[in-house]
Design a protein around this ligand. Structure first.
Ligand code: ADP
Ligand code: ASP
Ligand code: MG
Length: 424
């Protein structure tokens, strides 16, 4: 007997029929003798709709409007998960499974005070464990908790993955199954590259990079938590017929296990390609080349909570002026340019150029630590496909390249094939 947390994403609970299908998956695990807790997302599209309602409330002028009570945003957008948790509990009860729904505040799932992007700080798993022992299935609303102000707090988009892993850690589950609309983690987004291959195992480190560089199959924070608490994650499809899946010990259904690096025997040099749209490039031209300039540029941006990513500074020809280029999320571009223009005298630049239509493509693999030439292969391939590189950053296990949006799919396909990731 194992203790399992099963998480079902938006497309898996998109309507009543899909929720019934989810209940059949849960029943399968219960019938196999496992203790089960479930976490659900809102029906697909519902959270977008709720967010949109908040932003289009008359008097609220767009996403970056100055007046915005994030506590009320959370009260609105958390509601989608309340509906699916209740409906799934009802579907399970109709199959004669003892089940009840839980909202974040009822457990409670305690979070930080950062409404809209709160972090889970503590979960009391005691009551769930006790009820599991009696055969009850807990259906927990994902994406939400309760802040120190006793108000509902949400965890940032895609946050139900994090709810599931945090609950798995709190109740000491043997595994956290993330059911979604693909049957595992692929070498790249299978919707963009049909020749992408499913990976049977991916290390926590690589999954962390893939998720933070754009592969939205798992929220970054969920992978961080899984790594810290040693929770194995199994990514699998809810679209497989529940009746055809073997839940007995030792059975290996299709999916991807996210686990420690030393559990992976066959290691490729490159594991996957990720991409992130909605990047903007800012270039400051003719900035004086003297100590303290970088601090003068990035200090005020940090104070304004602008997330700066890639940074490139040219070496100046005569030691007096240089160019500085960096990227920020598109959504922060307006804020960033206004902050920089305000500090113009202090920084001392001549021209500020900004370009919103950028994409960051990344090559990821722990094998890069011990192999030379991975970066030059990427650069050659992009050159051969006529793709211009705007900026580059690297770490031990990844290379990220900034390119124009128009080339995104071409670049992802070219890199996927040059590293031999296409399926035969
Ligand atoms: P859910 O609603 O179940 O949380 P998401 O839409 O958040 O599902 O995540 C699943 C999607 O992630 C897939 O439909 C797929 O298009 C996308 N995706 C991006 N990169 C990858 C990848 N490397 N492997 C698998 N899926 C990926
Ligand atoms: N429903 C939330 C969202 O769309 C959380 C999730 O799906 O993980 O972001
Ligand atoms: Mg998701």
């Amino acid at each position: 007997m194992s203790r399992l947390v099963l998480k079902f994403g938006g497309t898996s609970v998109a309507d009543l029929e899909r929720i019934r299908n989810v209940a059949a998956h849960v029943k399968r695990e219960v019938d196999a003798g496992h203790e089960v807790a479930v976490t659900v997302s809102a029906m697909s599209g519902r959270t977008n709709e709720l967010v949109n309602w908040v932003h289009t409330m008359p008097g609220i002028a767009g996403k970056n409007a100055p007046f915005f009570d994030a506590r009320e945003y959370d009260a609105v957008v958390a509601s989608g998960e309340q509906v699916t948790a209740g409906l799934l509990a009802i579907a399970l009860q109709s199959m004669e499974i003892d089940a009840r729904s839980w909202l974040g505040w009822q457990l409670p799932i305690k979070t930080s005070s950062a409404h809209g992007s709160a972090r889970i700080e503590e979960i009391d798993g005691g009551e769930i464990i006790e009820r599991m022992g009696r055969g009850q299935v807990a259906v927990i609303a994902g994406f939400q908790g309760v802040g120190p102000d006793n108000r509902i707090a949400t965890l940032g988009r895609g946050g139900s993955d994090t709810s599931a892993v945090a609950i798995a850690a709190a109740i000491k589950a043997d595994r956290c199954d993330i059911y979604t609309d693909v049957d595992g983690v692929y070498t790249t987004d299978p919707r963009i590259v049909p020749s992408a291959r499913r990976l049977s195992k991916v290390s926590f480190e690589e999954m962390l990079e893939m998720a933070s560089l754009g592969a939205k199959v798992l929220q970054v924070r969920s992978v961080e938590l899984a790594k810290v608490h040693g929770v194995p994650i199994f990514v699998r499809s809810s679209f497989d017929d529940p009746a055809s899946i073997d839940s007995s010990p030792g059975a290996t259904p299709p999916g991807t296990l996210i686990c420690d690096e030393d559990e992976i025997v066959e290691q490729q040099v490159v594991t996957g390609i990720a991409y992130a749209r909605d990047e903007a490039q800012i270039s400051l031209r003719r900035v004086s080349d003297k100590p303290g300039v970088a601090a003068a540029v990035f200090g005020p941006l940090a104070d304004a909570n602008v997330n700066v990513d890639m940074i490139v500074q040219n070496v100046s020809e005569d030691g007096s002026v240089t160019d500085m280029t960096f990227t920020v999320p598109n959504s922060d571009l307006e804020k960033a340019t206004s902050v920089l223009n305000k500090s113009r005298d202090e920084i001392g630049f001549e021209v500020l150029q900004s370009d919103p239509g950028m994409v960051k493509v990344s090559v990821i693999g722990v094998g890069m630590r011990s192999h030379a030439g991975v970066a030059s292969t990427a650069f050659r391939s992009l050159f051969e496909h006529g793709v211009n590189i705007r900026a580059i950053t690297t770490s031990e296990i990844k290379i990220s390249i900034l390119i124009d949006e128009a080339y995104a799919e071409l670049a992802v396909r070219a890199l996927h094939s040059v590293y031999g990731l296409d399926k035969e």
